[in-house]
Design a protein around this ligand. Structure first.
Ligand code: PHE
Length: 366
C-alpha cells in the first residue's frame, strides 16, 4: 500500500473495515523490520511529516469526513496512530540488524593494544636513592636553577674571574649579555655547588641539605663522559662540624648505597670551595678489592669529591646571613655524579645508553 484509498461512506462498518485494513498493513510492515534503517523507513512511511500514511489518513479521511462522522473517524485515527507508535517503539528496541552489527563489530580474536608500563629512569631512581639515604639522616632536599649566574656558579664558590680553576669546568654561556656586569651573566651550571650558596643565603645555620640536579660541561662524550649529567650535592653546616663528621657521613652513605661490606678511603684533592678537599674512593664493588678490569686492578673506585667548606665561601654567605661567621661555624660539602653511581649499580658500560632513549635498554628497568 502506497497511499490511502478514498472513502465513499463514513458509517461505522465502513470505517471499521478501512481502519482494520490499515492496522493489518501496519502490523505486517512492522513484522519485517530487521535493522535501524528498516525501522527508520517504517517511521517515514507511517508517520513521516510530509508523505506519511497517517498524514494521508488525516487529510483524506478525517478532514473529508462529514461533521457527524468526525468523532468516529477521529477515535479510530487516534487508535491507529497509537498502534503505529507502539510498533515503532517495539522494533526500535530490536536494535541494529545482523548486517549492521557486523559492519561495526569488534573482532575479539585480534590481540589487544598493549599499553606499556612506565618506569623510573635509572638516573631518577639512583638520584632518589641517594637523596633517600641522606633524608634518613635528617637532611632536607633542595634544588636550584640550571641556568645560573657567573656569581653563583663560580665567583662565590671561590673561582675568581679569570682564575685558571675555571678552565676545569668550561660550559655554555648564554649569548647577548655583554651589557650585564660579569657576575650577573648567565651560563649553564657546571655543578650543583651554587645551590650551597643559594641555600645559605636564605637559611642561617644549622643546615643539612642534599641537592639533586642536572649540570653541563664542555666535556667530549666518551664511554663515561657526557656533556650533560647529574649530581647530588650535600652541605652540612653547624658549630663544630669536623672532617671526621664528613668521613663518617660519607662512609655510612656509601655502605647504604653499595652494601655494608664496602670500604671507603679519602685522598687529598683540590676544589676551590673546600679546604681541605678530598676524593672519596670505595673498595671495588665488582672484585671486592682484589683488583679487576673495572677498578683498573687497583681494588678502588673513585666516586666523589668533598671537603670542609672554605672560609672564603662562608664569607660570601655572610654578606646575606651574618651567622655564617667562619670563626663560629664550620661545615662540609660533597658532590657526586649520579650517572657514575647508576652505571656501577646497574652494570651499564656506556653512559650514552642512559640518554639514547632506546626502549630495549630502558625497558630493562621497568
Ligand atoms: N662541585 C664539585 C664538582 O662538580 C664536587 C664537589 C662538591 C666537591 C662539593 C667538593 C664539595 O666537581
Amino acid at each position: 500500500m502506497t497511499s490511502i484509498p478514498t472513502l465513499s461512506s463514513f458509517d461505522d462498518d465502513s470505517l471499521d473495515r478501512a481502519f482494520a485494513a490499515l492496522e493489518k498493513q501496519a502490523r505486517a510492515d512492522a513484522a519485517t523490520l530487521d535493522g535501524t534503517e528498516a525501522v527508520e523507513a517504517f517511521r517515514l512511511r507511517w508517520i513521516g511529516r510530509k508523505q506519511g500514511l497517517l498524514n494521508d489518513v488525516s487529510s483524506k479521511w478525517l478532514k473529508a469526513a462529514p461533521p457527524e462522522a468526525k468523532k468516529p473517524v477521529g477515535e479510530r485515527f487516534k487508535a491507529l496512530k497509537e498502534l503505529v507508535e507502539r510498533l515503532l517503539e517495539q522494533s526500535a528496541g530490536a536494535g541494529p540488524s545482523d548486517a549492521e552489527l557486523s559492519a561495526e563489530a569488534i573482532d575479539i580474536t585480534l590481540p589487544g593494544t598493549q599499553r606499556l608500563m612506565g618506569a623510573e629512569h635509572p638516573i631518577t631512581r639512583t638520584m632518589n636513592e641517594i637523596v633517600g639515604v641522606f633524608a634518613a639522616l635528617g637532611y632536607s632536599v633542595g634544588v636550584g636553577p640550571e641556568v645560573e649566574t657567573d656569581y653563583y656558579n663560580f665567583e662565590c664558590m671561590n673561582f675568581p674571574p679569570d682564575h685558571p680553576a675555571r678552565d676545569t669546568q668550561d660550559t655554555i654561556a648564554i649569548a647577548g649579555q655583554e651589557r650585564r656586569p660579569p657576575r650577573d651573566r648567565l651560563l649553564l651550571r657546571t655543578h650543583t655547588s651554587p645551590v650551597q650558596m643559594r641555600t645559605m643565603e636564605v637559611q642561617p645555620p644549622p643546615v643539612q641539605i642534599v641537592i639533586p640536579g642536572k649540570v653541563h660541561r664542555n666535556d667530549a662524550a666518551d664511554a663515561t663522559h657526557s656533556p650533560i649529567f647529574h649530581q647530588v650535592e650535600g652541605l652540612c653546616v653547624d658549630t663544630n662540624v669536623t672532617f671526621s663528621d664528613l668521613k663518617g657521613t660519607l662512609d655510612y652513605a656509601m655502605k647504604a648505597l653499595f652494601g655494608s661490606s664496602v670500604k671507603t678511603r679519602f685522598f687529598p684533592s683540590f676544589f676551590p670551595f673546600t679546604e681541605p678537599s678530598a676524593d672519596v674512593q670505595i673498595s671495588c664493588i665488582f672484585c671486592g678489592g682484589k683488583g679487576c678490569r673495572k677498578c683498573k686492578h687497583s681494588g678502588w673506585i673513585e666516586l666523589l669529591g668533598c671537603g670542609m667548606v672554605d672560609p672564603v665561601v662562608f664569607a660570601f654567605a655572610a654578606e646575606k646571613q651574618p651567622a655564617y661567621d667562619p670563626k663560629k661555624i664550620s661545615g662540609f660539602a660533597f658532590g657526586m655524579g649520579v650517572e657514575r653511581i647508576a652505571m656501577m649499580k646497574y652494570g651499564i658500560s656506556e653512559i650514552g645508553q642512559l640518554f639514547a632513549g632506546d626502549m630495549r635498554f630502558s625497558g630493562q628497568f621497568a
